[in-house]
Design a binder for this molecule. Sequence first.
Ligand SMILES: Cc1ncc(COP(=O)(O)O)c(C=O)c1O
Length: 392
Amino acid sequence: MIRGMMENHLKIPQNLPKPLINFALGDPLKVNGFEPPKIIAEKLVQIVMEQKNNGYTSAAGSQEARQSVVDHFSTPDHPFKWEDVIMTFGAAGGLYNSISALCEKGDNLLVPRPGYPLCFPISQNLGVELRHYDLLPEKNWEIDLVHLKSLVNEKTRAILVNNPSNPCGTCFTKQHCLDIISMANELQLPIISDEVYYGITYEEGVEFTSLGVLTKEVPIICLNSISKMYYLPGYRCGWMIFYNHQGYFDKVINNLCNHAAIQFHPDSTVQKVLPVIFKETDDSHFATMKLKLKQSADYAFTQVSKIKGLNPIKPSAAMYMMINIRIEQFNGIEDDVDFAKKLLHEQGALVMPAHCFFYNNGFRLVLCQSLSNIKEFCLRLEEFCQNHYKRE
Ligand SMILES: Cc1ncc(COP(=O)(O)O)c(C=O)c1O
């Protein structure tokens, strides 16, 4: 949906009035101050030069890479084995695998609104219906569990949860995670938990807890990758962890190993480097990441809060902030897509409207940007809003 939006409504015009500021993708890049740990590149070069890891790995990924996921994430209370891990082509690959393994054509899947849009093309491909449950902005984007429950029917196969959230930039409390699990238990549905931003919280008192370590009853598939935590989205290295309670996924895991035989997993060199990524990334990498995101978030939240017609929801996690637009307070702006289009044409600033996330009248601000870009963006946004704000 994001790429579709960029090809249609938000095509970048040739003669922009100002140099482009591109906040379209949540792509942590060195040019914006998000530099991957050097040790990873060094080790990768060494592995390539040794030429010992250029063969195929097993369909579900190499045992070594799968074991490294166990070593990093398994806990004494919620243990899992390397056989419960499948390597995937980024978390996106895990999303595709999970949906295709749990749902058949005509089934439905519960997904968040606002939410990360990739489940839309996946479900279209598979003939699966998406049913959108609401997140509540006034409750820090917690799930409206009453609404979620009202969407379930006999064709519902799973609940997709994304925590920390793209596009909301918030993280559920442990209590809310327990409430989600209790609802899944009541509904007798498994959870697909997209935790690709698993360690990225930056406000005091806000801590991420994986759904996988909160239940011994509800079957959960946790999806993850090195894309965001280590700033390596192009490496396409992710994994699925099956918390196979009640043996719910027995059939699914077998099916998925067959599915993975289509070689949708990351390449063998990246799998080889995964244990090093987990073991040798210095803690300072995460500390710096959190500091930078907090600086961007604090600055943007303070500035955008002052702009008439906008209402930002304070972020504390992942790499985003959602900003609601009071469309009726602006002249000549139809909706959030129109807002983003005019912001691009008049100010050279590209953001993704809420429409891309199944929501409306808002837009997503990407925070994995340099502070100077964020500052420039806020200035342009203010000028744009002043120009369009209805006179009182
Ligand atoms: C919520 C969410 N899930 C999954 C993905 C895909 O992650 P990956 O790049 O590891 O495939 C993203 C990427 O932005 C995301 O925001």
